[in-house]
Design a protein around this ligand. Structure first.
Ligand SMILES: Cc1cc2nc3c(=O)[nH]c(=O)nc-3n(C[C@H](O)[C@H](O)[C@H](O)COP(=O)(O)O)c2cc1C
Length: 109
């Protein structure tokens, strides 16, 4: 866990805002999945009600206070208490599963 520099900042503040990316936002996803001193540089964003960054043009955002952290093997499961959330636009989400990125029409069961 020593390499997770973004997590150290999130853990210290005790808050985070989830930006739900659309399938047209792969570049932003790749940027945030790699280490960099300022991942937000040159990327338009604004503040959530609790002061955390929200990327512009996301499908939805979820503003949370850290509620509890569970250690699961070599991962941490961070559970957030939702304080605010907003749906912003209707489009296909960016999905990651089976080792790759996907966009898909909703499958109705
Ligand atoms: C789809 C996806 C899922 C990821 N899941 C995890 C994860 O569960 N745990 C983890 O440590 N890193 C995960 N990563 C890699 C982190 O995004 C990456 O290590 C981190 O953002 C590096 O930035 P940092 O140095 O600022 O923490 C994932 C990356 C992608 C693209």
């Amino acid at each position: 866990m020593g390499q997770c520099t973004s997590w150290l900042g999130i853990a210290e503040i005790g808050r985070f805002c989830v930006s739900v990316l659309g399938s047209d936002q792969l570049d932003a996803c790749k940027r945030f999945a790699a280490s960099s001193p300022d991942k937000f540089a040159g990327l338009s964003h604004r503040s959530s009600p609790s002061g955390q960054p929200i990327l512009d043009n996301v499908l939805a955002w979820i503003d949370c206070e850290t509620e509890v952290i569970h250690e699961l093997g070599d991962h941490l499961l961070v559970v957030g208490r939702v304080e605010h959330l907003e749906r912003e636009r209707d489009a296909l989400p960016l999905l990651f599963f089976g080792g790759g990125y996907h966009k898909t029409e909703g499958i109705k069961l």
